[in-house]
Design a protein around this ligand. Sequence first.
Ligand code: MN3
Length: 212
Amino acid sequence: MNHIFLTHGFADGHYVLPPLPYDETALEPFIGAETLILHHDKHHASYVAGANAAADTLRAIACGNAPAELSSCAMQKLAFNLGGHVLHTLYWHSMTPRAEGAPHGLLAELMRASFGSYEAFCNLFTSVCEGVQGSGWGVLGVDPVSHKLLVLGISRHQDVLVPGLLPVLVCDVWEHAYYLTWRNNRKGYVAAFMQHINWPTVALMVEKALTV
Ligand code: MN3
């Protein structure tokens, strides 16, 4: 399996903040510029910094330059922050200002094989996004065992994960993703997200995932 966008999030030995793939006003009125700028420049950036700090701590422990007792805490910080970095990198590419309709080709076939129909997938993904308790994510991924698609609701950035699952479409349902525009209306935000999915990009990621 391989991933076409995650390589944008690492350079010169460090995790880095990749640029947004569109202008900060591009998703208005679905997501306002203020939300997009804060979300990318502050929230995503803080996960990048946290992932680098945790990785540095673990490296220092490995070299005997930090006490081993710090390892448990550093691992938890790495899982949370690197999870956040990965998911946000994918989130920016999950959306487009110029959404086309339903997916077609291989992705449409996989969707029928995995969920029954595109409409059934939409119902499931929407209900999972709406149902995440507190902060988390709705995720569509390629299951490495069955090579079918799987929908999960992730808590925070790293809980309820299937090892090896390659995420190809993610919806951030932390309140910081939508609160300035949608207030407490997560249902409205998720419904609008479904209308802005970048299906050609999702299809490309699925094809890459299944052709190694
Ligand atoms: Mn977020």
